[in-house]
Write a protein that binds this ligand. Sequence first.
Ligand SMILES: Cc1cc2nc3c(=O)[nH]c(=O)nc-3n(C[C@H](O)[C@H](O)[C@H](O)COP(=O)(O)OP(=O)(O)OC[C@H]3O[C@@H](n4cnc5c(N)ncnc54)[C@H](O)[C@@H]3O)c2cc1C
Length: 449
Amino acid sequence: MKLSRRDALKLGGTFAAAMAVGGTAEAAEATPKATAADSQAPLPTPKGPRVVVVGGGWSGLSMAKYTKLFAPTAEVVLVEQRDVFISCPVSNMWLVDKVDLEFITHDYYQAAQHHGYSYFHAAATGVDKANNTLHTTRGDIAYDYLVLAPGIDYDYSFWTDDPAVENRLRQEYPAAFRPGSEHMTLKRKIHNFKGGTFLLTVPGGNYRCLPAPYERACLIADYFKHNGIKGKVLLLDENNDITIKAHGFHTAFEELYKEYIVYEPNAVIEAIDLDKKQVKTEFDTFAFDDASFYPHVRGGRLLEVCGVAKDTVYNRLEGDIDPMTYEVRGHPNIYVTGDARPTGFSKSGNTSLSEGQNVAKMLAAKINKQAPLKWMSPVTLCISAVSAFPEHGIFIHSEYAYNPKHKQFEFATPVTDEHWKGKEGLENAQNIYGWAKACYIDMFGAAKS
Ligand SMILES: Cc1cc2nc3c(=O)[nH]c(=O)nc-3n(C[C@H](O)[C@H](O)[C@H](O)COP(=O)(O)OP(=O)(O)OC[C@H]3O[C@@H](n4cnc5c(N)ncnc54)[C@H](O)[C@@H]3O)c2cc1C
């Protein structure tokens, strides 16, 4: 069945609504180490099977909520190293002041209380798989089932093997593709920019949120335009074309930002000179005044520490799982979900949220001693803004199917609307906020207006 644009938007809304039966300080992110803590975590003795979910992002929040919902006898513990949730989706709008920080910030206690699980504020540092024990910075936690949803880490090895350069890139030009301080640095850069070239990069591989770098380029360009800043966004794309919603973004670049965006495809970076503020590709050298470098992504470091990571066709060190069950190979009581999965799904919040519901159903069937459930497709629904003053948007909605010929999962039922002009485009952009609110209600039990 082919879905219309309106059906797809409705579906997205119903999907999120159906799931809704739910300071800016970022806690120091301890580098995970495979050392055992010398104490037990201060948690009550579980009355039922204990499910420990590591990572309170879009995936872990969904896994924790839906596991408790579908297997009420389970004691679910969410282990998260941050004490505040900041949403990456809608953060590009926050960069240009279209929403305030309050809108994208949520607290873990509310989520846990609303959905009947425990939030344990700690970093996971390793796992003893033989004894079903997770090590954390606040003690060991015994588990019956373990879900690892640590998201992504950055992989700078395509650009440099010099730790000093990598450190400068992280510190001075953060990618802002993981939530928190990086985004704040980027916002400060945009708001303090006096003019010249503002460099952004798009990595190859299956990077987090395919449209987000193009959306960000549009919104920063629109901010410059709106505020009379004589600046240009230089977008160096390692790919040979815009990777998703290409028509919508190309027409926006052409028609809205001719003077403000320079788009360079096939721009594989060969060298970065941070002192001279220059980037070298095979054919050109580009100068910049300020920048945010988005490197390749890899699976969250925790997977490697726990010995459950492998290189995939898409990226390095993602979860070594059976893609149909999400179970770690050789350890069927450990799961890897969200952006750390090895499958080629779009690394998006909506994908993680809907996937979490599916995987929680499979896990609950195991806990409830029911027949195993078959793989269900996650849903990618991604609405991007191409302008902020006023807002216009484009979107894609799709499920996935396995293509045995190509031996990979592919978009099965894509519906896109890349017409950002006029009423349709305005309506698409407004749906960004409605979609986000529905997702926040789903994860936290409440949204902010
Ligand atoms: C700018 C931007 C815009 C985006 N826009 C959209 C959009 O419009 N729509 C959309 O659907 N998606 C969007 N996304 C993508 C979306 O944010 C991600 O796909 C989503 O966050 C993935 O969820 P996750 O749970 O796998 O990872 P995350 O959300 O990153 O969560 C991982 C969590 O694990 C925690 N963690 C990691 N290691 C440990 C450890 N050792 N111990 C304890 N905790 C740990 C981290 O602190 C983090 O909270 C966007 C992303 C960006 C960056």
